[in-house]
Write a protein that binds this ligand. Sequence first.
Ligand SMILES: [Zn+2]
Length: 399
Amino acid sequence: MNPDPKKPTQRICGQHYQTGELLSITCRDGLISQIDYLADKPEDMPLVAPGLTDLQVNGFKGIDVNHEALTVEDVDTLTQTLWSYGVTSYLPTVITNSDDRIITALRTIHKACDRFPMVQKSIAGVHLEGPFISPQEGPVGAHPKNHVTAPDWPSFERFMEASGQQIRLITLSPEWPEASDFIRRCVADGIIVSIGHTAATPEQIREAVAAGARLSTHLGNGSHQVLPRHPNYIWEQLALDELSACIIADGFHLPDSVLKVVMKVKGKHTILVSDSVGLAGCTPGSYSTHIGGDVVLTGNGKLHLAGKPNVLAGSAQPLIGGIRHLLQSQLGSLGDVWNMASVYPGELLDLPQKKGLSVGAPADLVVFKQTSDSLQLLETYKAGLRVYQCQQAEPSERT
Ligand SMILES: [Zn+2]
């Protein structure tokens, strides 16, 4: 971590992550103010790309935004840790719990934004995942079933107030009779509604889209182990052009064939998320958690229940790990895959980050090297300030 990120950086050089052209990017007042294309192309010049935007972060490196002891300092530390993995904007994700616990988590995140200006800049909103999801085994996933409930506007208003009006994205299941009216009210307030942790019928999925739902949360996960081959809620969400799709591309949550199909069908409406939990980025080993019980984190970043290697206990990879997996599996070009974790989520949320590498865009930038089998992060800039600089001579295994 760069101990002194206060001094604004005026100029950043590197190869354009899509075209390979050599750029000199000038930053002023937190924005990209000028881009010059240089004729020379020195050997071994690093790449430069827009900072990553992660729509689903439950935690990282020991910090869990759903833990009852979460502090504002934890949120600051989490933000700084994410910078070191190239994430410059993110949505802390509060999952199903008692109303009091949800409100406590939302208040803490809100206070952290008030206290730390760079945290405020980096938190692009809050993702509320639950409690209005399916209670069924499978779709409910790791969410505590006893707190799952039907969509309720007065509860949601309390959540919204606790968050300081920061809830930008809500994941719910349209299987509840109240869902369509609830979705309409969210959409009227500018909140993106995402379908997830659902056991809805195809008809209910279509009704949700008609009411304004625009996203699928980790499509293909948080679902039944066995489904009717067709119709079912996965085909229906794939087929609806109105729905963008979030996917977890860590190599464990979805097989490459499914990743490929979702990317083909959804194109520029495919969004990578980490869905990382508090153990992500931690040392491999055995752990006891407040949600999943006893779990094991393997050396290659798989988090599973102790004694059940086939039952995942959350995602333990950073967002850049998903990019790396898609590149290693040859499922897309660097430019396209990087956009799935930066420009495309910016477009969905209508953030200024949707402008990518262009004049007037936020100076949220990542400088990195691409080797045959990895991505080595060198520097991260948030609003033109260098907030991370790699101190290692050798590529970090986790980035
Ligand atoms: Zn989930």
